[in-house]
Write a protein that binds this ligand. Structure first.
Ligand code: DGL
Length: 293
């Protein structure tokens, strides 16, 4: 039986739109409802129980809008709340850490994988745990990147025009602002991976695909960089089919957005850039609404 209801997706801010974009590209009949908790971003420096609470609030908000499946498009929130949401919700829940780990495992030949993620994701040990459950011989090296999320959110709000190549594979010399700041951060984050013969690095934060060209430059061309986006889409498609809840093939999808951001126009502008389509419908949600539902 086809199911025309929306897929719910959430992140601490704009980063999860890297996942929403690939879902919209690859599953063109599926309607999406995206929630960005911009006001409380970043999650990566917060304690796990606080992130878990935020994730539960947002999941409840989305479920109240009758979504058919939930994608936690945030590694930090996946690490903190995947299990509890999977156990407590009546709909299928998909996180990004399993898919991200799978993407890395599929690529590595040296069996040495680097993870760049937020402090919270690294501290949770979720990536090593998931990777070792699949292949215990793989060595995992983690690098917490404390300020990349803020850098991405800041660039997107302040400097969008001059950084239009963020989602492309090539970092051009004229993208000076991005080069200077992002390379510093990527170089620092890549340092623990030097001399380890790591051939694959997982961008374990959904904000980081926007810094991929900088990470590639810092890591060198021999290292393959993967993110969770493609594998997450494959997992979503698999679960939709397995549960028999795919959208009717003829459905023209709606894309709706909600955010706790103070500046909706900034969210719209930056969000449209990442999503690759205009964010025409954005609902403003207050923290009060989330906390008292
Ligand atoms: N996109 C989130 C993640 O994947 C960013 C975390 C944050 O808000 O610090 O981890």
């Amino acid at each position: 039986m086809a199911d025309s209801r929306r897929i719910g997706i959430f992140d601490s801010g704009l980063g999860g739109l890297t996942i929403a974009r690939i879902l919209a590209d690859k599953l063109p009949s599926e309607a999406l409802l995206y929630f960005g908790d911009t006001k409380r971003c970043p999650y990566g420096e917060r304690p796990q129980d606080e992130v878990q609470l935020f994730a539960q609030q947002i999941a409840a908000w989305l479920v109240a809008r009758d979504i058919k499946l939930l994608v936690i498009a945030c590694n930090t929130a996946t690490a903190a709340a995947f299990r509890i949401l999977q156990e407590s919700l009546d709909i299928p829940v998909i996180g990004v850490i399993g898919p991200g780990a799978k993407a890395g495992i599929n690529k590595t030949k040296t069996k040495k994988i680097g993870i760049v993620a937020t402090k919270g994701t690294v501290a949770s040990q979720a990536y090593p745990r998931v990777i070792h459950a699949i292949d215990k011989d793989i060595q995992v090296f983690q690098a917490p990147s404390s300020d990349s999320v803020e850098l991405v959110e800041r660039f997107l709000h302040e400097d969008l025009e001059s950084n239009q190549t963020w989602l492309s594979e090539e970092l051009r010399d004229e993208d000076k602002a991005l080069l200077e700041k992002a390379l510093l951060i990527a170089g620092r984050d890549a340092q623990p991976f030097e001399k380890e013969n790591i051939d694959t690095v997982i961008l374990g934060c959904t904000h980081f695909p926007l810094l991929k060209p900088a990470f590639q430059k810092a890591l060198g061309e021999k290292v393959t960089i993967v993110s969770s986006a493609e594998e997450t889409e494959i997992e979503v498609a698999r679960v939709l089919a397995e549960e028999g809840i795919e959208a009717p093939a003829t459905q023209s999808p709606t894309y709706t957005f909600a955010t706790t951001a103070d500046d909706i126009e900034a969210f719209r502008k930056a969000g449209s850039f990442i999503f690759g389509r205009p964010l025409t419908s954005i609902e403003e949600v207050s923290l009060d609404q989330l906390e008292t539902q």
